[in-house]
Write a protein that binds this ligand. Sequence first.
Ligand code: ZN
Length: 72
Amino acid sequence: MPEGPTATAPACPVCGKPRATEHKPFCSARCADRDLHRWLTGGYAVPAASATDEEEDDGPPRRARDPDPDGD
Ligand SMILES: [Zn+2]
């Protein structure tokens, strides 16, 4: 059997949060823009060490634990 709800609930490929229907496959327009920006700038080749971190990689340092910067 699948392991927990994450097995059937696809997550945002950028930050790993549950994706939103209006922004799929991302959780928000912010993540969609980030993903697009990465591709456009070749950011995927940059060792950002953010594989498991959802923090910005194209902006100034943010608080280590920001609950939900995309919250509306
Ligand atoms: Zn996201």
